[in-house]
Design a protein around this ligand. Structure first.
Ligand code: FAD
Length: 459
């Protein structure tokens, strides 16, 4: 009897528990359903669609090389999977667990219609696996990470299935080109094409490169001018590689770099652990006091509206912020330190609700991830369960200098390409040229944010 494999953010052949289990039990029909309704406002953003196209193209080739294929359908995932199963005479669907609330709901519905077998695949340990002394999932990263490290090693990694047998008849499939996932006019994806290669093979090649580079990650990861982080995030988000594979490939390393890198991979597990407990976390703060904070609202206030637009376009007059926002637009990715600085600037200096930033990142990032994006935005905002204090306000100009961002700025803000080191972080008026003036002074922005925070009702 044919076995259905429901592919989502697990676009790989090796270490894919759902695919492996299905292949050992019968002919395999792998299905990817593009469902733009179920996620609501978290339907895939533009950069994600671009990545998905490349990743599905690459995975389809890998299936083709094994005389198999991926069936593409568009619509409600549960309805499409049920229809495919009926037409193929299949009863069983194998899927790897996902924790976005719309996928959780779909899993529940599918389990009513068919025999759904769920597997743990995309995290070191399933969310909720480690608990506090009182039996609840962790809300704070540091004790979570300590508990997870005590559980190592994670599960064993799985090999590729030996063979993928075909069903007698293949169910109907859409053509990937007809999904129009790529931009037409304007073609904004040129920078992304130069920067990235999607797919399982590219993910492993990148990991091979990174294994030689990870040694000084503990020091170098904060310096945006050097290419000293792994850039594995889109590969991990789309499941082209699993964190378990990374862990086993690196476990024999002894460097401080690897130890710190391991903790970053644990942050990724932590973010899922948060949305597992608080499914709407990327949409709302669970701390009531923040409901009364008076944000400047871009939908009601023209000043806030133009400030939000300046932030999105990288025209705030703060070189480090603008370099980051332009890197995001051009490449679909931004360095982590700069993500923190740009996010903090929007929330504190511009006093605009973090959800506007979350939305923009969601649309622009190739690694846009419901759990990681939401958790990090709330962490920077200081509105979440595990957070900075709202009143701790990053000084963008000091950060830029401290982390030596000069070359990074010169790369992404061409107006400042000739600016000397001593002026690059905060160029004086006579060297700014066409580069915009600051949209808000640091002190003024900072004091406005602190005043709003003081005026808010206590939590
Ligand atoms: P590396 O430094 O090489 O880290 C290795 C891996 O660890 C990353 O690929 C990622 O999977 C994981 N990781 C590292 N830091 C974090 C973190 N703080 N939280 C969760 N996982 C982490 N990451 C996303 O994957 N998707 C997002 O949508 C996302 N949104 C963010 C929004 C904001 C405001 C901030 C401050 C951070 C966000 N991050 C997000 C986390 C982090 O910035 C990226 O994971 C990292 O920059 C990706 O680059 P890298 O692969 O080179 O990271």
């Amino acid at each position: 009897e044919p076995q259905i494999v429901w592919l989502r953010r697990d676009l790989r052949i090796a270490d894919n528990p759902a695919l492996y289990a299905a292949a050992s039990q019968g002919p395999v029909i792998a299905v990817y359903v593009l469902d733009d309704e179920a996620p609501g406002e978290h339907a895939l953003g533009g950069a994600s669609r671009w990545w998905l196209h490349q990743s599905l193209e690459s995975l389809s080739k890998s299936f083709g090389a094994r005389n198999s294929r991926i069936v593409l359908r568009r619509g409600d995932a549960v309805e499409e999977l049920t229809a495919v199963a009926r037409s193929a005479g299949a009863e069983t669907v194998h899927a790897n667990r996902h924790y976005e609330p719309w996928w959780q709901r779909a899993e529940d519905k599918l389990a009513d219609a068919l025999d759904l077998v769920l597997h743990d695949a995309n995290y070191l340990f399933p969310p909720g696996y480690v608990t506090t002394g009182s039996g609840y999932p962790y809300k704070i990263y540091t004790p979570f990470s300590r508990a997870l490290l005590a559980e190592m090693p994670p599960r064993d990694e799985l090999p590729e299935p030996e063979t993928l047998f075909s069903p007698v008849d293949w169910p109907a499939s859409d053509r990937l080109e007809d999904w129009n996932l790529l931009p037409t006019k304007p073609d904004w994806a040129g920078g992304m094409r130069d920067f990235w290669e999607a797919g399982e093979k590219a993910a492993h090649e990148r990991l091979d490169w990174w294994r030689d580079e990870v040694g000084d990650y503990d020091e170098a990861r904060n310096l945006p001018s050097t290419d000293r982080t792994s850039r594995m995030s889109p590969h991990l988000h789309w499941g082209e590689i699993s964190p378990v594979q990374i862990w086993h490939r690196f476990k024999s390393l002894r460097s401080d770099g690897w130890k710190v890198f391991e903790k970053e991979i644990i942050w990724r597990d932590f973010a899922q652990n948060v949305i597992y407990q608080f499914p709407d976390y990327p949409r709302k703060s669970y701390r009531d006091g923040f409901k009364t904070l008076e944000w400047r609202d871009p939908d009601k206030d023209d000043g806030a509206k133009s400030d939000l637009a300046a932030w999105q376009k990288g025209k705030t007059g703060y070189p480090i912020v603008d370099a980051g926002m332009r890197q995001l637009w051009q490449t679909g990715w931004m360095h982590n330190r700069v993500r923190m600085i740009t996010a903090s600037f929007l929330i504190k200096h511009l006093l605009i609700d973090w959800r506007h930033g979350e939305r923009w990142f969601w649309d622009c990032l190739v690694d846009a991830d419901y759990g990681s994006n939401g958790t990090n935005w709330q962490w920077v905002a200081g509105t979440g369960v595990d957070s900075n204090m709202f009143s701790r306000i990053m000084a963008p100009l000091t950060q830029s200098e401290k982390f030596d961002a000069g070359d990074y700025i010169r790369e992404y803000v061409p107006e400042l390409a000739d600016c000397p080191d001593e002026a690059i972080h905060d160029p004086p008026d006579d060297v700014r040229g066409s580069y915009p003036a600051k949209i808000v002074a640091h002190k003024e922005g900072r004091e406005r944010a602190l005043a709003a925070y003081r005026a808010m009702k206590a939590d």
